[in-house]
Write a protein that binds this ligand. Structure first.
Ligand code: HPA
Length: 276
C-alpha cells in the first residue's frame, strides 16, 4: 500500500468508526451554503482536527467539520469548510477529502461554489449547472504516482459532469420554478479576482463562469469513479463586465440572497438522485 493510500485509509477508518452506515452522497458546499449541514438529520459531527492526516482549515469562521447523517432519505456526508489552492495547499491536499469519501464508500459527489459571471447574459444570483470545465494551470491533483486502488492512471473526462445528473438538476429546478443556467466553469488560481483581460480571454475560450475551486475536487472524484454534479452560484459579474469593482462582500451578499433557493434545489436533487 502506498503511503498516501495508508493515510487516506486511516482517515476513512476514523470517520467510519463514528457512524453505523455507509454514506452515499458526498458534498462540498461553497460560500454561504454550508448551512445545509445544519439540516442533516441524525447528525454525526466529525471535526477535521480529529481526523488523522486530514488537512486543517485556515479560514477563520469556517466550521472545519463534516456532518454525516440523513437528508431527503439519503445518507450524506456534508463538508462544512473546504480547502482552496490559494490558501497554499497543494492540489493533492485539496482533494484529500474527496478520496477519503471514496474510501468510505461514497460514489456520488455534489460540489457547489461561488463564481463570477463571464457570460454577459448571466446576472448575479443566477445558478449555473456546470457542464464542463477549463483548467489553465498545468498543476493537477492526480500528478504523481497513481493511486491504483482509487482509479486508473489515465481517465476520461468527457462525462465528468454527469449528463444524467445535469438533466435531473434541470428538472428539479423547473419543478421548483428556479431557472437554471448551464455552462463551462473556468478555474483560476486566485486569490485576486481576475483582470478584465483574463476574463475576455476566458470568454473567448468558451467559459461562462470563473472561480477558484471545484476543479481539483471534480478531477479526483471522476478519477475515483464517482458520479459528479457541480453547481455554481453566480455571485457577481466577472471583472470588466460591469463598470464597478469586485469585492468579497458582494460575493457573500449574493450567495446569502439565493441561499434559500439553492438549498431547496439541492434538497430536491438529493431526493431524486437515484432516478434517471
Ligand atoms: N472570480 C473568481 N472567483 C470568484 C468570483 C470571481 O469573479 N466570484 C466569486 N468567486
Amino acid at each position: 500500500m502506498s503511503k498516501r493510500t495508508e493515510l487516506l485509509k486511516g482517515a476513512a477508518d476514523y470517520i467510519a468508526s463514528k457512524i453505523d452506515f455507509t454514506p452515499e452522497i458526498g458534498m462540498i458546499l461553497g460560500s454561504g451554503l454550508g448551512v445545509l449541514g445544519e439540516e442533516v438529520e441524525n447528525p454525526v459531527v466529525v471535526k477535521y482536527g480529529d481526523i488523522p492526516s486530514f488537512p486543517q482549515s485556515t479560514v477563520e469562521g469556517h466550521a472545519g467539520q463534516m456532518i454525516l447523517g440523513d437528508l431527503e432519505g439519503k445518507k450524506v456526508l456534508v463538508m462544512q469548510g473546504r480547502f482552496h489552492y490559494y490558501e497554499g495547499y497543494s492540489m493533492d491536499t485539496v482533494v484529500f477529502p474527496v478520496q477519503v469519501m471514496r474510501l468510505l464508500g461514497i460514489t456520488s459527489f455534489l460540489v457547489t461554489n461561488a463564481a463570477g459571471g463571464v457570460n454577459k447574459s448571466f446576472n448575479p444570483g443566477d445558478l449555473m449547472i456546470i457542464s464542463d470545465h477549463v483548467k489553465l494551470s498545468m498543476d493537477n491533483p492526480l500528478r504523481g504516482p497513481n493511486e491504483g486502488s482509487l482509479g486508473p492512471r489515465f481517465y476520461d473526462m468527457s462525462d465528468g459532469y454527469s449528463a444524467r445528473l445535469r438533466k435531473l438538476a434541470q428538472k428539479a429546478g423547473a419543478e421548483l420554478g428556479i431557472p437554471l443556467r448551464e455552462g463551462v466553469y473556468a478555474l483560476m488560481g486566485g486569490p485576486n479576482y481576475e483582470t478584465p483581460a483574463e476574463i475576455r480571454m476566458l470568454r473567448t475560450m468558451g467559459a461562462d463562469a470563473v472561480g477558484m475551486s471545484t476543479v481539483p475536487e471534480v478531477l479526483a472524484a471522476v478519477h475515483a469513479g464517482m458520479e459528479v454534479l457541480g453547481i455554481s452560484c453566480v455571485t457577481n459579474m466577472a471583472a470588466g463586465v460591469l463598470d464597478q469593482p469586485l469585492n468579497h462582500e458582494e460575493v457573500i451578499e449574493t450567495a446569502a440572497k439565493v441561499r434559500r433557493d439553492f438549498i431547496a434545489l439541492v434538497r430536491k436533487i438529493v431526493s431524486r438522485w437515484e432516478q434517471v
